[in-house]
Design a protein around this ligand. Structure first.
Ligand code: TXA
Ligand code: MG
Length: 511
């Protein structure tokens, strides 16, 4: 509990609250970043605020200490005019090589403020657009928040891993600080814990209506790198970014073609992913260097709560090792990863059971990149035109909209698989092999004699039920110690297209 010492907010100046225009010499050089005044008003209602700025121009002879003081005085007065009080202003006028004790990332000013004003640094935040701002905060035992304004985009990769928060700007930083303060005391539940870790670069598995995802802050390059490492996923395979609602399209995507908007309106929240031109706020690594980003609004209460509380979009591939069977229960995630995942949120079995349908756009025309939880027919009904079917990476190597992760072998059990057409008489298991059987609906006992394990996906052949049970049944067959799995293909329409696609990939030979 707090001992009466206050939490405080330490703020970098240039690139964080005002535009970084090089060495600022006079009040005329001060331009507030969009939204920063409103954000600072909210912060100053709840916390003492401190400015911590490094003015190397003084040491280099471009600026006088008087000019710096004049700019800071002007800034302080302008803020006061908006009801924002700065408790103190700290300036380091040295060059790094001078070896002073006040230059970022030294926590010296923060410690001094803590002593002078009775602050609790462990509950305080340092917000800035340079990795040194973040390191200053963490060195003082506070939380560092990195904003992607000013120099932020350019130096993001220098942040490295560690406990710090990466957000687009000071407005987002403010929302997070206020939310954390509200929840930090005794209001801890598992979603809040997950949100707290995700904001700080953690990796958390969470349920969606399709499959479990392995999530990280989509703005945070190092957090995305952790996902690739944990999944052993090749870095050419981009991650889907999960957002709370449609309003986020304009924050992450450049241009949104009209059919994309109509599809989002019709199917979000739900198992549809749209591949759109991206804005640079999403790091290269998250999208594997592509100039597009895959976006989706998941439809699962826990996923939605998590997104709402985390306050950042979540990059999340399915929570399984690369090319193995996707997890549809929390326990599957647990089985897949011995370590590396900070937390697994358990939301029970996934309702849909196969991944989202992925739609890209070529000259504003929709292209199917992966069949999934929403049938192609439904999509075509909404946009009123046929969708180009382009599913296989191999068939479309040069296509700008191909899904790089759609390798032929995927979703695969270790046990070899053989497919047979629905409606055909069942294959007989070879006498010298232990065989398992995956069927869409119940079969007469005499049809299935000789199989070691029979998994029936649905009571009445209903497509939704087949999809829901597909991956967990495949897992059980894979763990049953059989030599061979026979699996029944379904109708090539609606959800059946996704089911057959997953079965074909699961059965593809290793190359
Ligand atoms: O239902 C789902 O979509 C689940 C849940 C967790 O949301 N996620 C999922 O993610 O299936 P993942 O990583 O297993 O599959 C993502 C697919 C990959 O094939 C990837 O190549 C493709 O989406 N993808 C991601 N970003 C892309 C982009 N910018 N352009 C083309 N394809 C992209
Ligand atoms: Mg700065």
């Amino acid at each position: 509990m707090s001992d009466g010492r206050k939490a405080a907010i330490f703020l970098d100046r240039d690139g964080t609250i005002i535009e970084d225009r090089g060495h600022l010499r006079s009040p005329g050089d001060v331009h507030f970043l969009p939204g920063s005044l409103a954000a600072l008003q909210k912060l100053s209602d709840a916390f003492p605020l401190f400015l911590v700025t490094h003015q190397v121009g003084v040491a280099r002879g471009f600026l006088s200490m008087n000019q710096v003081a004049e700019v800071n005085r002007y800034l302080t007065d302008a803020l006061r005019g908006h009801g924002i009080e700065l408790t103190d202003v700290y300036v380091c006028p040295h060059a790094r090589e001078e070896g002073c004790i006040c230059c970022k990332p030294s926590p010296w000013f923060l410690r001094r403020a803590a002593e002078e004003y009775g602050l609790d640094l462990s509950r305080s935040y340092m917000i800035g657009d340079h990795p040194h701002d973040v390191f200053t905060g963490t060195a003082a035992g506070a939380t560092g928040i990195y904003v992607l304004t000013g120099h932020g985009l350019r130096h993001r990769s220098e942040l490295g891993e560690g406990s710090r928060i990466v957000v687009p700007g000071i407005e987002d930083a403010t929302r997070i600080v206020l939310a954390e303060t509200e929840f930090s005391e005794d209001n801890h539940d598992s979603v809040e814990e997950a949100a707290f870790r995700l904001r700080r670069g953690g990796v958390v598995a969470f349920p969606t209506e399709t499959v479990y995802g392995l999530g990280a802050n989509a703005y945070d390059e190092a957090a995305a790198a952790r996902i690739f490492a944990i999944k052993e996923r090749p870095r050419f395979d981009p991650l889907i970014v999960h957002i709370p609602d449609m309003s986020w399209l304009s924050k992450l995507a450049g241009q949104v073609p009209d059919p994309a908007r109509r599809l989002a309106e019709a199917f979000w929240p739900g198992p549809l992913t749209l591949v759109l031109p991206r804005l640079p706020i999403i790091p290269d690594l998250t999208v594997a260097g592509l100039d597009t980003v895959a976006l989706r609004v998941p439809d699962h209460p826990l996923a939605r709560q998590l997104l709402a509380r985390t306050e950042v979009p979540l990059a999340a591939p399915s929570a399984n090792r690369f090319s193995s069977i996707s997890p549809t229960e929390a326990e599957h995630v647990q089985q897949g990863f011995e370590q590396g995942v900070d937390l697994i949120l358990d939301g029970g079995p996934c309702r849909v059971g196969v991944e989202s349908t992925i739609i890209g756009f070529q000259d504003d025309k929709p292209v199917l990149l992966r069949p999934g939880g929403i049938g192609l027919e439904e999509i075509e009904r909404v946009i009123g035109e046929p969708v180009v079917r382009e599913q296989r990476n191999e068939d479309a190597k040069s296509s700008p909209v191909a899904a790089p992760g759609m390798s032929r072998r995927h979703y695969s059990p270790k046990t070899p698989m053989r497919l047979f057409g629905g409606g055909e008489t069942l294959p007989r298991p070879p006498p010298d092999k232990r065989a398992g059987l995956l069927v869409a609906r119940p079969r007469a006992p005499e049809e299935t004699t000789g199989f070691r394990l029979v998994e029936t996906l649905s009571e009445n052949g209903e497509m939704e039920e087949i999809a829901r049970h597909l991956f967990s049944a495949l897992r059980r067959l894979d763990q049953a110690g059989v030599d061979l799995i026979y699996a029944e293909l379904g109708t090539e329409s609606g959800l059946g297209r996704a089911i057959n696609d997953r079965l074909r990939r699961a059965a593809a030979d290793l190359e």
